[in-house]
Design a protein around this ligand. Structure first.
Ligand SMILES: [Zn+2]
Length: 55
């Protein structure tokens, strides 16, 4: 248990997700890609997206 938790902690720190909002349909989604130009809206497949403002 303890080992799994510490391993998860190690990898979890590196595995960031980024919040995006589609500029077209306003769908909010997250992606592990930090490069916004490589991210596509899962709903309408638009590439016109913006970073979601942090809550
Ligand atoms: Zn969209």
């Amino acid at each position: 248990m303890g080992i799994i938790d510490s391993v998860r902690g190690m990898f979890g720190a590196d595995e960031r997700t980024f919040q995006y909002v589609c500029d077209r349909c306003e769908t909010e989604f997250e992606s592990s890609k930090s490069d916004m130009s490589a991210v596509m809206c899962p709903e309408c497949r638009s590439t016109k997206i913006r970073a979601a403002s942090p809550a």
